[in-house]
Design a protein around this ligand. Structure first.
Ligand code: NAD
Length: 415
């Protein structure tokens, strides 16, 4: 098993080496500022009591309040969340947002819980982490297996405890209670704006490009839909059960509707579509491969078999450093997670400032600001990678790590 925290440390250390970063900054950035583990007892529908493990981790708040999602997954653990929190620090620094990096989650298979049980779990978890979250402390958002309803329960529980409505405690809320227009599609839209710019720079054309999307959730469905709209052909998709493949192209809209109705691809019935293992789908030939599921999917074991021009990282940490070396040698361009999927945290930031100001933007303004900030970060990363002949990932890390180190230096060491 590859430990995501070790992957995150290796990425940090590689960047620190190139930057010749002082030991103090390296040490500071290798450690989490705060790691909280809580137990969450809840009454199940049958009257019994179950206890779940939950966590909230803040990697760095040197540039502003912590920011990062809440994940519900059976495999959630401290080291996974430490890595995810660190990646959030780099993401917010790369976009120059006045925010830090955090992440949280509960070790649970949410599919086994009823809606009532999920609500009680979310509310009790929120109370358990109450003192370490808040609009100027740390602001959670949705991640794998959580959504706007989860955020609505968190916001309500926090507000009830504080005696007043505090929408800015979480982002990714429903629009009716202080959410932002466009947040639900923001990560996928961000991926789209970035790949659009990259394709333009490489003098390629979307028309008839083939796409494979691993993970067909909040992120994967949106990027698949957007790319299909501009003429790409979605030839492969997968969820946690199985992969679906059709060289002539899949019916993306039908698959999105199938998932929205709670379907699993293993039960998808269509004679013209081939069912294959959900790891095998990664190695099918395509132009753009989009991992949008979880960490450590492209490793040194399968990197050699990856057969695409571009990897667009929708997920956080899908590619290990060892795999990166192999992909670089094969001239596969990897658009790194901390840049590629940062549209999500960017619109979360917009939601947060809209909540604080109690003034809400229209969709045109959201889209305009999203493209402006994201493409500025992309240009900075792209030019550095061209100037220094380094990968987009290395360039993104150099910018993010030095930005964060500068903040540490300016603030100094307390006391
Ligand atoms: P989600 O829960 O909506 O969807 C996850 C999808 O991945 C589901 O379709 C699930 O079935 C599938 N999946 C799980 N394991 C799989 C496997 N082994 N093979 C293939 N598919 C698998 O989650 P999401 O919000 O879309 O997040 C996906 C990834 O994107 C995560 O890495 C997350 O951290 C990252 N991300 C999400 C956001 C966001 O705004 N939601 C922002 C930035 C990054």
């Amino acid at each position: 098993m590859i430990n995501p925290y070790e992957v995150a440390l290796r990425q940090l250390n590689d960047a620190a080496e190139i930057l010749d970063l002082e030991l103090f900054f390296r040490k500071k950035l290798q450690h989490m500022e705060r790691s909280l583990a809580v137990s969450i007892p809840i009454r199940m529908d049958d009257g019994s009591v179950e206890i779940f493990e939950g966590y909230r981790i803040q990697h760095s708040t040197v540039r502003g309040p912590g920011k990062g999602g809440i994940r519900y997954d059976e495999n959630v653990n401290m080291d996974e969340l430490k890595a995810l929190a660190m990646w959030m620090t780099w993401k917010t620094a790369l976009l120059k947002l006045p925010l830090g990096g955090a992440k949280g989650g509960i070790c649970v298979n949410p599919k086994k819980l009823s809606q009532g049980e999920l609500e009680r779990l979310t509310r009790r978890f929120t109370v358990e982490i109450l003192n370490v979250i808040g609009p100027d402390i740390d602001i959670p958002a949705p991640d794998v297996n959580t959504n706007s309803q989860t955020m609505a329960w968190m916001m309500d529980t926090y507000s009830m405890q504080k005696g007043r409505t505090i929408p800015g405690v979480v982002t990714g809320k429903p629009v009716e209670i202080g959410g932002s227009l466009g947040r639900d599609r923001a990560t996928g839209m961000g991926l789209f704006y970035i790949i659009q710019k990259l394709v333009e720079k490489l003098n390629l054309n979307f028309n008839s490009m083939s796409i494979i999307v691993q993970g067909f959730g909040k992120v994967g469905t949106v990027i698949a839909e957007e790319l299909e709209e501009v003429g790409c052909k979605v030839i492969g998709v997968s969820d946690s059960t199985i992969g679906l493949y059709r060289e002539a192209g899949l019916n993306t809209q039908e698959l999105i509707a199938f998932k929205k109705n709670g379907g699993s691809f293993v039960n998808y019935d269509n004679d013209s579509v081939q069912k294959i293992d959900n790891r095998e789908i990664l190695t099918k030939r395509c132009d753009i491969l989009i991992p949008a599921a979880k960490e450590n999917e492209i490793t040194k074991e399968n990197a050699d078999q990856i057969d695409c021009k571009i990897i667009l990282e929708g997920a956080n940490g899908p590619t290990t450093p060892n795999a990166d070396e192999i992909l670089n040698a094969k001239n596969i361009i990897v658009v790194p997670d901390i840049l590629a999927n940062s549209g999500g945290v960017l619109v979360s930031y917009f939601e947060y400032i809209q909540d604080i100001n109690a003034y809400f933007w229209d969709m045109d303004r959201i889209n305009e600001e999203l493209q402006k900030v994201l493409l500025k970060a992309f240009e900075e990363v792209y030019h550095l990678s061209q100037d220094k002949s380094i990968s987009l990932r290395t360039a993104a890390y150099l910018i993010a790590v030095s930005e964060t180190s500068k903040a540490i230096q300016l603030r100094g060491l307390y006391p």
